[in-house]
Design a protein around this ligand. Structure first.
Ligand SMILES: C[S@@+](CC[C@H](N)C(=O)[O-])C[C@H]1O[C@@H](n2cnc3c(N)ncnc32)[C@H](O)[C@@H]1O
Length: 390
């Protein structure tokens, strides 16, 4: 059975706030008929584009491909409809599977129960036909099935990514509050950074932002280190096509003259950052140094700062508001001529930065609602801009 039908509407999921940049990325990777949704973009694509998107996408966390759609008003009806699909064409007896659900419907109260009914339908069909069944593996299934229910409309998808795409494979060790790789890549896209501007992350932790920047500058496919994707377990998997897409991906890697600087005051996480960058062979592109930001001098006369300071959530700081005030003071005193982008969920601390942001974007770091703020650090006559925020 061909799972990927170029006429069907696929879904790319992403953190909230990245939908528009993801839409642009998908178009560049060969997606058609794109549409921005909430925490997702819908699109059409052929098999080659689905493989290419999985290899290259920096901004989506998973790519779902539909295999069935029907109406149901209660779990029993859903059970019946799921059982009508010929699952032997999707799933082999020696493969494991798992069912996940996203429910937005007053007809279905419990998404877990929906998942259970769908799993029962699949298992019962196998028992009825061959008196054997494939096993469920909730953690690392070969086939991940997603059922989305919107009112009465139920769509059954297969997850072509398998493990979420933020698991790039370079991050071997992290500090206590690493940022999601997809979010870091999204922050860079939203900042408008390109390799002509020096990039600084003065609180780099395990290096996610600078490593994503180095990947971007060298056009390194986001998932080049991954050996497994969900689509490889599908009956329509085309190994030659995948090799061709990967070859193209390798050929697209280019040299860069980008200047990327990473600092942290903690030596332990800085070492992790260097090791993580080495894992993807980008360590020589990034200059790592142990430094306290409050004493950091700019490494270049102008450039872009993209950073993720502690929020006082997972990393507790004695006086977080005073720390944010010092960040603002350092911006004003030492980083004139730079543009700074900072993400934080700590709204009262953000106010203490004492600069008026020229842009504010709401992003989610996991479940934490954050503001991603742009500060233009003018010099000279534009000092008036440094009025306190309201
Ligand atoms: C939220 S973590 C950054 C996580 C990072 N984006 C990642 O993906 O791993 C904040 C980092 O700020 C660092 N930090 C805190 N105060 C600092 C200071 N005054 N100067 C430099 N780094 C600092 C911490 O050591 C920590 O690694």
């Amino acid at each position: 059975m061909e799972i990927i039908d170029p006429k069907q509407i696929c879904i790319a999921k992403c953190p909230q706030g990245l939908e528009e940049v993801l839409e642009k990325e998908l178009k560049n990777l060969g997606a058609r008929s794109t549409k921005v949704l909430v925490r997702a973009v819908s699109f059409k694509a052929d098999k080659e584009a689905i493989y290419r998107i999985n290899l290259h996408s920096r901004l989506s966390s998973k790519i779902l491909v539909p295999i069935d759609q029907f109406y149901a008003k209660h779990p029993e009806e859903l059970y019946k409809k799921v059982k009508q699909l010929d699952w032997s064409k999707v799933l082999r007896l020696d493969q494991t599977f798992a069912v996940m659900t996203t429910v937005s419907s007053h007809h279905f109260n419990h998404s877990q129960y929906v998942a259970l009914k769908a799993k029962d339908a699949i298992v019962d069909q196998f028992y009825a036909n061959v008196n054997k069944r494939p096993n469920v593996d909730p953690k690392t299934p070969n086939i991940k099935i997603h059922i989305h229910i919107n009112d009465k409309e139920c769509t059954v998808y297969l997850d072509s990514s398998g493990d979420p795409l933020f698991k790039r494979g370079y991050r071997m060790q992290t500090g206590v509050a690493p940022i999601n790789e997809v979010l870091a890549a999204g922050m860079l896209q939203l900042s408008g950074w390109d390799e002509t501007m020096p990039l600084v992350d003065p609180m780099c932790g395990s290096g996610t932002i600078v490593i994503e920047a180095a990947m971007l500058a060298t056009n390194t496919p986001a998932n080049i280190l991954r050996e497994e994707f969900g689509f490889m377990n599908w009956p329509d998997y085309d190994d030659n096509l995948w090799e061709k897409v990967k070859e193209e991906g390798f050929r697209s890697i280019k040299p860069t003259s980008a200047q990327i600087f990473a600092y942290d005051k903690a030596l332990s996480v800085l070492k992790y950052a260097e090791q993580n960058a080495e894992e993807i062979s980008l360590n020589e592109l990034i200059q790592f140094k142990r430094k306290d930001f409050l004493h950091l001098d700019p490494p270049a006369p102008g450039g872009l700062i993209v950073t993720n300071p502690p929020y006082d959530e997972r990393i507790q700081i004695e006086d977080n508001e005073a720390f944010y005030k010092s960040i603002g003071d350092r911006f004003k005193q030492a980083f004139q001529g730079y543009t700074a982008w900072l993400i934080s969920s700590n709204l009262s601390a953000i106010k203490r930065i004492g600069l008026r942001p020229s842009k504010k974007i709401t992003l989610f770091n996991g479940k934490l609602e954050c503001k991603y703020l742009k500060y233009d650090l003018y010099s000279g006559s534009k000092k008036a801009k440094y009025a306190n925020q309201d």
